[in-house]
Design a protein around this ligand. Structure first.
Ligand SMILES: Cc1cc2nc3c(=O)[nH]c(=O)nc-3n(C[C@H](O)[C@H](O)[C@H](O)COP(=O)(O)OP(=O)(O)OC[C@H]3O[C@@H](n4cnc5c(N)ncnc54)[C@H](O)[C@@H]3O)c2cc1C
Length: 433
């Protein structure tokens, strides 16, 4: 079992999120209709929906609720993929399946905020909108096309020109952009802990510090072994995303886990913050080496980035992201200080799409949200629940695809650092053209 316990330093979220429900390790054996591996958004949303349908369900989490991406991410609720637009999805999956997937994505932010409201989840939820500004004139043209495709599908989006983006973000460097009004931001750890509470109230069982060590056939179902016991289940949902370990080696090798660093500034004076993202939007722009920012309720800016080298990551991150922050919001002046720095792993797929797989008969997974899994993993949980409840997996909102491993995947993580340098070069070149 290769769960990374090297532990990121404490995140801002670990200090500000309300505590999660009390949970303990699995001790002994039990039988359930559905077993879920992984206590992130996808696993807990699956458990919630299975329990609401009146079936018994147990979640087995290797470490704690939100140990993975769900507890460490930036908190942006985004109803879009990193690259693909509805036309790309239709081209890949056909008209009907492509549109179904695109609608699932477009509706994922509203779905997530609805879950938060319905279950009274305390996670500083702000459905103020998500904006994707374009960092070059060429990207602004692509933004407009992006807008047209999502609008055609019925998504609540707008295209903004450079001036409008400037007014909305307080940043003068952008040339246009896409606004998704159903998006926004949350305290991500608060959300995942709240989902755990909602799943428990609906009747699910949750066991933490319970890594699944093996999954073996038993009768018509599967036996999942943990250090303290075993769960026997008719159906299994694997919801481990970038944190997939050797439990299903092919699954682990179907993605590249890429480290993403996060940080939070000191609390800023209200008059200063009123000129940075003044309407409290979440922002992730069009740079390949992504720029992303949003403000928190305690008046910090949460941002971060990728690094080509991990050595001395904290000081290098302070310098690089501090400069970036000042270049986008010069009003910050020279004295930006970072109070928190942490990291997590993002699951990248070769086509930048999330993948829905049947791992074995009765075992399904969604993996590879490519850094856009906050809202989408919550929405995917409902789809995974449908699969576990006996709906035909070939007729769900996520199209099933064959599980394929990435050749030389072990090298790919190292290669991703070189890829980052290429991304930066391309980003700079694009602005100069
Ligand atoms: C630093 C960072 C920033 C991000 N920012 C954003 C953002 O702003 N917006 C956005 O939309 N997305 C963002 N993402 C992506 C998003 O966080 C993920 O896509 C999302 O968390 C995936 O949810 P999940 O439930 O599938 O997996 P996770 O939340 O990663 O949970 C997987 C869980 O599986 C557990 N697990 C693994 N193996 C086992 C085992 N053998 N037995 C039991 N449990 C196991 C792990 O411990 C982990 O808790 C970011 C990700 C990171 C890392």
């Amino acid at each position: 079992m290769a769960i990374d316990l090297s532990q990121s330093p404490a995140s801002l979220w670990s200090v500000t999120a309300p505590p999660g429900p009390q949970t303990s390790p699995l001790d002994g054996s039990r039988g359930v209709d559905v077993a879920v591996i992984g206590g992130g958004y996808a696993g807990l949303s699956t458990a919630l929906h299975v329990a609401q349908a009146g079936k018994s369900v147990a979640v087995l989490e290797a470490v704690d609720i939100g140990h993975g991406g769900a507890g460490t991410n930036n908190g942006q609720v985004i109803p879009a993929l990193t690259r693909a637009n509805p036309a790309d999805l239709r081209q890949r999956f056909g008209e009907q399946r492509g549109n179904r997937l695109a609608r699932l994505i477009a509706e994922s932010a509203a779905f997530t905020f609805d879950l938060i409201r319905k279950h009274g989840i305390a996670c500083d939820a702000e459905q103020t909108g998500w904006v994707q500004p374009a960092h070059s004139p060429g990207r602004a043209v692509l933004s407009r096309r992006r807008y047209e495709q999502w609008a055609e599908l019925g998504a609540d989006v707008a295209y903004l020109d450079g001036e409008q983006v400037g007014a909305l973000t307080g940043a003068a460097i952008y040339h246009g952009g896409l606004l998704a009004r159903t998006g926004g931001h949350v305290n991500p750890l608060g959300l995942v802990r709240g989902l755990a509470g909602a799943a428990l109230r609906a009747g699910a069982e949750i066991f933490t510090r319970s890594p699944v060590l093996s999954v073996a056939p038993q009768g018509d179902g599967w036996r999942l072994k943990t250090p303290g016991g075993a769960v026997v289940a008719g159906k299994v949902v694997v919801a481990t995303d970038a944190y997939a370990d050797e439990l299903f080696p092919a699954l682990r090798r179907s993605i590249v886990p890429v480290r993403s660093y996060q940080m939070a500034t000191q609390a800023l004076p209200p008059e200063l913050l009123s000129r940075i993202l003044p309407l409290n939007h979440a922002l992730s722009d069009s740079h390949r080496d992504l720029y992303f920012f949003h403000a928190t309720r305690d008046r910090r800016i949460v941002t971060g980035g990728a690094l080509a080298l991990n050595v001395q990551w904290q000081s290098r991150l302070d310098r690089r992201i501090g400069e970036r922050l000042r270049s986008v919001f010069p009003i910050l002046g020279g004295d930006v200080r970072f109070d928190y720095r942490w990291y997590g792993d993002v699951a990248i797929t070769t086509n930048f799409l999330p993948h829905f797989h049947r791992v074995a008969p009765g075992i399904v997974t969604v993996i590879g949200y490519n850094g856009r899994g906050l809202a989408l993993a919550a929405a995917a949980g409902r789809v995974l629940a449908q699969a576990a409840l006996g709906h035909d997996p070939d007729d769900l909102d996520l199209p099933l695809t064959p599980l394929a491993t990435i050749p030389l995947q072990g090298l790919a993580r190292r290669f991703s650092r070189i890829e980052l340098l290429r991304y930066r070069w391309l980003d700079r070149r694009e602005v100069r053209v």
